[in-house]
Ligand binder design. Structure first.
Ligand code: SME
Length: 165
């Protein structure tokens, strides 16, 4: 039996994401593929999904896109609600090691213990985010954060190319 260290696993998944980005025909395929890949390859990534800002909505609202994991009641999230709203409105990655201790948290599943939300930038502006939940406390360490931020950058760059300059 071979053992794979945590870093090797992250590097492996990063290469898979690069391959997916090179092979996927549309941003939509790429986003769906990323949710599948992260959910299947990383044991602690129990829910993986994209929320994108609805174009032209005033006030702005995040709309659920591709996801893997349990169905969530939160399909539309205003920017003043939830960890998702906090990440999109601040433009900063939010990591919550214990969701039960964060008053902003909007519950998706009773099993969720920790969460990370990474904004996606297009031409320097937040266009959406990549949200992950785990059934384990403090599941998202620095290597996870780097991997998930890498995925968010790949999607942002692809969207930027689609929308021209
Ligand atoms: N927990 C998120 C809501 C989305 S679900 O996790 C899928 C939040 O607090 O914004």
């Amino acid at each position: 039996m071979t053992t794979t260290s945590k870093s090797e696993k992250h590097a492996q998944v990063r290469r898979e994401v690069e391959r997916l980005a090179a092979e996927s025909r549309s941003t939509d395929d790429l986003m769906r593929g990323i949710t599948v890949l992260l959910n299947e390859h990383m044991l602690k990534y129990n829910w993986v999904g994209f929320y994108m800002l609805e174009q032209g909505a005033d006030p702005p609202i995040l709309v659920l896109g591709h996801y893997q994991g349990a169905m969530t009641p939160h399909t539309r999230i205003p920017l003043n609600q939830g960890i998702c709203g906090a990440a999109a409105s601040s433009g900063k990655t939010v990591v919550v090691d214990d969701v039960s201790k964060d008053p902003r948290y909007l519950a998706c599943s009773l099993e969720t213990k920790s969460e990370i939300v990474v904004p996606i930038f297009v031409h320097g502006k937040v266009a959406g985010e990549l949200d992950l939940d785990s059934h384990f406390h403090a599941a998202f360490g620095s290597e996870d954060r780097e991997l998930i931020e890498f995925c968010a950058r790949i999607v942002g760059n692809r969207l930027a190319n689609e929308t021209g300059n």
